[in-house]
Design a protein around this ligand. Sequence first.
Ligand code: PPE
Length: 317
Amino acid sequence: MQEAEFIWMDGEVVPWAEAKVHVLSHALHYGSGVFEGIRAYKTERGTAIFRHREHLERLERSAEHYHIDIPYSVDELQRATHDLIRRNGLDSCYIRPLAFRGYGEMGLSPLDSPVSVVVAVWPWGAYLGEDGKKDGIRAKVSSWHRIGPGSLIPLAKATGQYLNSILAKVETSKAGYQEAILLDEKGNVCEGTGENIFLVKDGKASTPSLESSILAGITRDSVIKILSDLGFEFEEREIPREELFLADEVFLTGTAAEIVPIREIDDHVVGEPGEITRAVQERYDDAIFGRRSEYQDWLDIVELKDHPKAVSEHGSN
Ligand code: PPE
């Protein structure tokens, strides 16, 4: 990965290489952490973090589900992230806040282990490749089903839950595909390993509803707004697997991935990225790069003020 200079860790800014944890940290053994993935883009108004508050609020909700009391408010995390981006001198980046149970007690009860919070930022290119965004990717329905509400919390973004995504990702990449699509326990379409999914049939777009064990993606929410702004018909509903194969267009949405067309699923040809996919991609780009006035509320601008890098050289936080 491409490194940056500093990481924010429990209230302090530390050099990248010094942001370390103990090997007996609870989260390392039991997956007791929650995290977010956010992106900041270079816009005319400066570096803009896309839907920053919504991501931090989701982090707080994920933490609550897993009994993690984050000792920083959304405001504090927002300010810390602005400061970190300035100190790293980045004008666009990926942002990874993480709250986890650290070193304290062994055993499953997490409550006696301390909570640590970190925010890292670094430059991260197209998650499924620039070619993927342009030409579409090949995806495969995984034999692994997405975690369900009877055993975990699909709406939470918790570290341990991603073992499910990892199984699907490795299975399908070994089979030669770029992404996996997971079904829910009933066999309906759920999402990708790190993206939500939309399909288009006869000019109408649809995506699995929140009851289908999906993560309530913030890009998904942005795309729903964009589809309505563009005047396309849209519905949230249960989507049986076979609809994937009959769809005119299918695309994935996520912070890291952005909007990625799927051109082939399980060797069924979906085809070249279609009209609605292209229109959504274009409008999403306009939104993240601050090119349209109606989406300015989605941008959290990192002001340039007061923290010249010179004052924050190694050691002095
Ligand atoms: N589903 C899952 C399982 C998921 O991890 C993500 C984000 C989404 C849907 C889309 O959510 P949103 O980003 O709010 O639109 N995946 C993050 C992590 C990827 C990773 O490899 O790490 C991301 O896109 O940042």
